[in-house]
Design a protein around this ligand. Structure first.
Ligand code: HEC
Length: 169
């Protein structure tokens, strides 16, 4: 029994992920309030983040999938059709309030940031991955901060390209 109990909570201890889902989501009224002033900004249309260079795209993939301090891909889905992983999906992350993904039970820390009006933009995402535990104290993403600005930029650019939501969804 004890062993089963430990096995059940192991993912939580290691990854900060709950082994079950109790969906916390925001209804459309709340989303409207959270996005006030942001609803018309289409971050994905900001082409400055996108490159056509195949080498550059490879570097972005490499940064997102293999960064040593914590491979983002290991914990996060990015595309709509990706299988759910242990952390919230990053599909459509830009322009989305913090803590509203519907496949994940967020920590109070993340939910407080939602209430405080944190919206994910290239800038806030960069600041978060620079130092996750300082930017959102008490959050459950156990990942080292990424000190190299170039690596952070590659990761942000990767998400700009890959997490773009399909229109109307
Ligand atoms: C060990 C697993 C793990 C890794 C690796 C990881 N994350 Fe996370 N991430 C999480 C968890 C768990 C949360 C939810 C935190 C909470 O609820 O406090 C999270 C939350 C987030 C959020 C907020 C999502 C939302 O809906 O508000 C973003 C953005 C994010 N991660 C980006 C990244 C990026 C970029 C990387 C790669 C540098 C990364 N994560 C690596 C586990 C991980």
């Amino acid at each position: 029994m004890v062993i089963i109990g430990i096995a059940f909570y192991l993912p939580f201890l290691i990854f900060g992920a709950f082994p079950y889902n109790t969906k916390i989501n925001s209804n459309s009224d709340e989303m409207g309030q959270l996005l006030e002033g942001f609803e018309s900004v289409d971050f994905y249309a900001m082409s400055e983040y996108l490159t056509e260079s195949p080498e550059e795209i490879q570097r972005e993939i490499h940064a997102f999938e293999t960064w040593e301090g914590g491979k983002c891909r290991f914990c996060h889905a990015v595309k709509k059709e990706d299988r759910d992983r242990m952390a919230p999906t990053l599909y459509g992350i830009f322009g989305r309030p913090a803590g509203v993904g519907n496949n994940y039970t967020y920590s109070d820390a993340l939910i407080n940031m939602k209430t405080n009006g944190l919206i994910w933009t290239p800038e806030t995402l960069d600041a978060f991955i620079l130092n996750p535990s300082e930017y959102i104290p008490g959050n459950r993403m156990r990942v080292q901060g990424i000190e190299d600005p170039e690596t952070r930029k590659l990761i942000v650019n990767y998400l700009m390209r890959e997490s773009k939501p399909i229109k109307g969804e």
